[in-house]
Design a protein. Structure first.
Length: 433
């Protein structure tokens, strides 16, 4: 079995190292392993079954709709509305407008399941505006990189949909489980910004002009369309009115209405959004087909049981197992993007975590957070690339600025390992009502 494991690692490194698309690389790796060690497997039949079972899953229908919604919103004036609507309320908060990046990403993440789209949409206005107002450049870029990853944790989340399909877990339950961790992580980011601002007031710009309470209420009208969309998408799911797929359809309709209301969405923009969404969905679909095929092959070969037996022989406590997995995913995230981390490791790591006493839902939130960490881990951290395009800063500088928020994510993983109730409390409350 050790020979099979080394063959898997060698083949995967060789095939993916040539620059082949990840999905095709996974299919090639699975086919090569089967040909070497289980030539009797009906590969073409197996691949056809996995392709059909993966792509026609009802849960998968929500994925292209949420991606399409994010693409439409990216082409509206949502980022400007977030800035103008939130700014008047932050005058007396330590850190002042520096919190707009976190609050803006939190709100936008509630209707967008993409980390990169959240970072780009919020950052294209807030980053340049805040830096021009005298806010510390590193504090702004670092907070944007960290808060941008909330697009994966706060539902709806494309990563949660992918994980739910692969782990055969309820998408709605995963969405509910992400609410409290997402809000707590956003609060942690804001707490860090506030403490930094109190310790060094020079990090934030000059005080804002005074605003009356009436002016603050008037400013909220800019957030109205986004808040209504959040209520329509998230509220319909948690109220039991709509399934995730139906809520995604509501979101697409709402995003089109926002674009029409703001007069920023025309037929050309809508076609561009559809094309970009189709490209993203095709890429994700190919990766998932390849991952499910490879997972099935290595299951026939008995590799998950073999590796689980080795790690069980180490005698690790559940908490130490989580630390080992955290370190493993941190290392993996430096050389691989988040989706690849999930699809290649889930068949092996999920049984280990469940054997340690953690649930599929808990591991879903854990895997989302480590994917967030991969988004800000150089050299392939996608959020870092997005921010580099927005600001023109060097990758080294952006990485240094992001490290405090990276360590907050690490600490949060340990927190949910010690207190798993943080993840289960919202699903349990909603299930009991």
């Amino acid at each position: 079995m050790g020979k099979i494991t080394f063959s898997l690692l060698g083949l995967m490194t060789l095939i993916l190292g040539t620059g082949v698309w990840i999905g095709l690389g996974l299919v090639g790796t699975g086919a090569a392993l089967a040909a070497l060690y289980r030539p009797a497997l009906p590969l073409f039949k197996l691949l056809a079954q996995q392709t059909w079972n993966t792509l026609v899953s009802p849960e998968m229908l929500a994925l292209p709709l949420f991606i399409f919604m994010a693409e439409i919103l990216f082409r509206t004036k949502i980022s400007e509305a977030l800035f103008s609507g939130l700014a008047p309320w932050l005058r007396h908060v330590p850190g002042r407008l520096a919190h707009i990046t976190v609050l803006g990403c939190t709100l936008f993440a509630s209707v967008c399941g993409s980390s990169a789209a959240t970072t780009a949409t919020v950052g294209r206005i807030t980053a340049k505006e805040l830096i021009s107002r005298g806010y510390n450049r590193d504090l702004i870029t670092g907070s944007l990189a960290g808060a941008g990853t909330l697009g994966f944790l706060i539902p709806p989340s494309t990563i949660m949909i992918i994980y739910g399909v692969m782990a055969e877990e309820s998408i709605l339950k995963l969405f509910m489980a992400g609410i409290l961790p997402g809000l707590l992580m956003a609060a942690s980011y804001m707490g860090y910004i506030g403490v930094r601002a109190l310790m060094n007031p020079a990090l934030v710009g000059e005080a804002l002009a005074p605003t009356t309470f009436i002016e603050k209420l008037v400013a909220l009208k800019d957030l109205g369309p986004l808040l209504l969309l959040i209520i329509g998408v998230v509220g319909s799911m948690y109220g039991g009115i709509a399934s995730p797929t139906e809520a995604a359809a509501v979101g697409v309709g709402g995003a089109i209405l926002i674009g029409a209301f703001q007069k920023t969405l025309n037929l050309s923009n809508l076609m561009q959004a559809a094309k970009q969404a189709a490209d993203s969905c095709a890429m994700i679909g190919l990766i998932m087909v390849g991952a499910m095929f490879l997972s099935t092959v290595i299951g026939y070969l008995g590799m998950p049981r073999y590796i689980a037996g080795i790690i069980e022989g180490w005698g690790l406590s559940p908490f130490m197992l989580i630390i080992v997995l955290l370190i493993f995913y941190i290392i993996l995230g430096t050389v691989m993007e988040g989706l690849g981390c999930i699809v290649m490791t889930l068949p092996i790591t999920l049984p280990l975590v469940m054997a340690a006493g953690y649930s599929k839902v808990w591991f879903g939130i854990f895997i989302v957070i480590v994917v967030e960490m991969a988004q800000v881990s150089p050299p392939v951290g996608f959020n870092l690339t997005v921010i580099q395009r927005l600001t023109g800063d060097s990758m080294a500088r952006i990485t240094r600025a992001t490290m405090p928020f990276f360590f907050i994510m690490c600490a949060f993983v340990l927190l949910i390992a010690i207190f798993p109730e943080i993840i289960s409390i919202v699903p349990d409350m909603l299930a009991n009502n």
